[in-house]
Write a protein that binds this ligand. Structure first.
Ligand code: SF4
Length: 360
């Protein structure tokens, strides 16, 4: 059964309160810097295999991770961290389309997340960090308070590194950074510092998929698991519902190919936990706004047949969706099943098919 991210955040809060787990909604909590070791986490059952080494460790050891972080940081002077290419000087505090406030990092929440894909959740949750603001700003956003309003609290790079370590210590199986694009420089700096303090979990780059090739190249060897959306096939749809992002389909296609080049097909390790690869998310939308069958065809033609695809059924008209008649309802069972059958007919064999019994 699928449940929205918002619902899971609420459930997780309740869970943490009931169990006494000390993790976090951190808009008001100051994270403490501390170090932990992979061995300690493994004893706790977090699930990192003994032979697993996250991609970023090699770059950390050579110093290249820090250098890449500085390169991305400098790119904020004339910001081109995402396809909007606003050109604003974030180093001087300017805001571009995403409204990320200069170089400040705003974190909304972090916690073990049990609503992500099963191989990411495992037994102890995906260590999810929700970052504020967004460069896409969809009219149907389910996290609009975070992405559009930017609700959260400012954190330093050291505090973000401490959050990663805290999630590792809580037994999470990965560090899952949600909406990372406009904070990519901050993330690399934090991973570099956390790696030096014992971080050993795979990094999940949980993105809209609308990523520039040049930025993805800077992430090569840093990110272990790419978790991109593939939202639209038609550019007039992405332009209409995602703030004039007409380039979304073409740029996302190229981005997913680059992600696949870097980390390949996502396959769980012996213990069932995902450690590396591309996991595509596709949200089926009403009235075929997302162009789902075309997207399945493209994946079948351009990526291995065992590419992991989460075909999501949870679309719900939130935020401004009711202002758009084609968006103002849930999908039907027929709409969802049609996409699944298309994917199967195409030979796609690694489908994450959610329970959809509740669809009418
Ligand atoms: S990250 Fe933000 S400021 Fe930079 S180009 Fe994208 S939207 Fe503009």
């Amino acid at each position: 059964m699928d449940i929205s991210r918002r619902t899971f955040m609420e459930k997780t809060t309740t869970f943490c309160l009931k169990t006494g787990l000390s993790v976090i909604f951190l808009s008001t909590t100051s994270a403490q810097t501390f170090a932990t070791s992979a061995t300690a986490k493994e004893k706790k059952g977090g699930g990192v295999g003994l032979l697993f080494e996250p991609a970023y460790l090699k770059l950390h050891r050579t110093g290249e991770l820090g250098e890449r972080a500085e390169t991305l940081w400098a790119a904020m002077e004339n910001c081109e961290l995402c396809p909007r290419s606003c050109g604003v000087n974030r180093l001087e505090g300017e805001e571009g389309f995403c409204h990320a406030p200069g170089t400040a990092l705003i974190v909304s929440a972090f916690h073990p997340h049990f609503g992500e894909e099963r191989p990411l959740v495992g037994d102890h949750g995906s260590g999810t960090v929700f970052l504020t603001h967004c460069n896409l700003r969809c009219v149907f956003c389910q996290n609009w308070e975070i992405s559009h309003l930017g609700r959260g609290a400012e954190k330093s790079i050291d505090e973000l590194a401490a959050i990663m370590l805290k999630l590792q210590d809580a037994g999470c199986h990965n560090i899952n950074i949600v909406t990372p694009t406009h904070y990519s420089a901050h993330i690399l700096k934090a991973v570099d510092r956390a790696a030096g303090a014992g971080l050993r979990l795979p990094i999940v780059y949980n993105t809209s998929g609308w990523e520039r090739q040049e930025i993805l190249e800077a992430l090569d060897g840093v990110v272990d698991i790419y978790l991109p959306d593939f939202k639209y096939w038609e550019s007039d749809m992405s332009a209409q519902y995602s703030s004039d992002a007409a380039t979304y389909p073409e740029i996302t296609r190229q981005a997913i190919l680059e992600m696949h080049r870097q980390v390949g097909v996502a396959k769980p390790a012996y213990n069932g936990y995902m450690q590396r690869g591309v996991m595509i998310r596709h949200l089926v939308m009403p009235n075929d706004i997302s162009g789902s069958e075309k997207i399945m065809e493209w994946i079948a033609d351009n990526l291995p047949k065992d590419t992991y695809i989460n075909i999501m059924a949870q679309y719900s008209p939130l935020f401004k969706a009711f202002e758009y008649p084609n968006l103002a309802r849930r999908i039907t069972r027929e709409e969802y099943v049609r996409v699944v059958e298309k994917a199967r007919d195409l030979g796609l064999e690694n489908l994450d098919i959610q329970g959809y019994w509740w669809l009418r």
